[in-house]
Design a protein around this ligand. Sequence first.
Ligand SMILES: *Cc1c(COP(=O)(O)O)cnc(C)c1O
Length: 435
Amino acid sequence: MQFRSTKSHESPVSFKEAVLRCLPPDGGLYVPASVMDMRQYFLYMDTETSYPELVATVAPGLLQGELNPFSASMVAESAFDFEPELRQLDETFSLLTLYNGPTGVFKDFGIAFLAAVMEELLKNNGPAMIVSATRGDTGVSIANAFHKRQNITSVILYPSGSAIQGLDPASYVPNGGNIIPIQIEGSFDECQKLVKEIIRDRPYADRYGITSVNAINVGRLLPQSFYFLHAFVKLKKYLNGDLLFSVPSGNFGNLIAGLYAWKFGMPVNGFIAAMNANNAIGDFIRGRQFIPRPVKSTNSPALDVAQPSNYERLASFYDEAPAVMRNMVFPAAVDNDDTVKALERFWKRYGIILDPHGAVAYAAAERVLSGFDPGSHVVILATGHPAKKAVTVTEATGQTVEIPRRLALLREKADPLAVIKPNLDALETAIVSCF
Ligand SMILES: *Cc1c(COP(=O)(O)O)cnc(C)c1O
């Protein structure tokens, strides 16, 4: 499969190139250049198929010519020592738990695959350096996924006021590891700006093989489609009506990945775009103009996004087939009160504690389902671990949430290798001095 820019159908690139470039030069975003029918790869899988097996089968099908089945199974095994978990709750609902990774959010899945596949794709390329900007757990997830990857160094920039947590100093470059955490005396935006600048400094970027792996990299998005397929494979023999997925949506990466799974041949009848009060994009989905509104803080903060970074990818689906898309994506907005009530209702009904983002998806699903035939089934995506939003969760359910050891470790602050002013010279010097 090749990838093209949302702004052009010309000059598609390979997966490797799309991953390494991150953004097409015309300012668009990379999307698959063609539709692939993957049914022959997953329709024969069954409930016994493990997640690494699914990934090792589907990935080489999608990335023919770039990733052979043997390499794909090594990638899948080395990426995933955690798995998504599908639980059928009753006739109407299933829960797809995506918070079993090292940082307790679904983003671990995309990052883990990207790190493993990059190591494989870069095998004969010489050393590479990943520079990323982060203000929270993503940095830890990246450090975790890239630690010990051959020939790859990972530079993580984070703003003052935030801390890098749960990192083991033994993983740092001067100690024989491959991670370089650097604190920037500035804002998150300044960290992002530095990433762009260092990539544009061609002599330096070429010398170290510098690329970025931010959330809009297709190398993170594509593997997120695998857990939609996983859920379908686990459920298919029990389904006898419509199948929907309810996706708590902020930057719309997860929802786009679900749409890719559909384009790859997964039989599905719709996706619920579950949002909180930040729901301006719902207008666009309903066929009106998208006019961004100022962001509002809510109790499901990962969804507090005014202008989704994947907007262009979503828009390109609608450009191609607006009428089809109107029957495929169903927006629903859930306010703070209804989020808390949904948390409580879910706990009472199923004895399972969601986090507020999962609760938004549950409440949205109940609402959208009333327009579907009885017998329809919704898979709710539990995107975050409830322990990460313990206060809200405990208020809603009266339950205290046990914090898994891996998440407790994330609370321990680690020291950066350098604290620098937000300018390119300082950054480049700091990186060189680590070796
Ligand atoms: C990032 C995140 C989301 C939003 O996902 P998008 O792909 O940005 O729409 C939802 N829930 C949690 C817990 C998250 O961390």
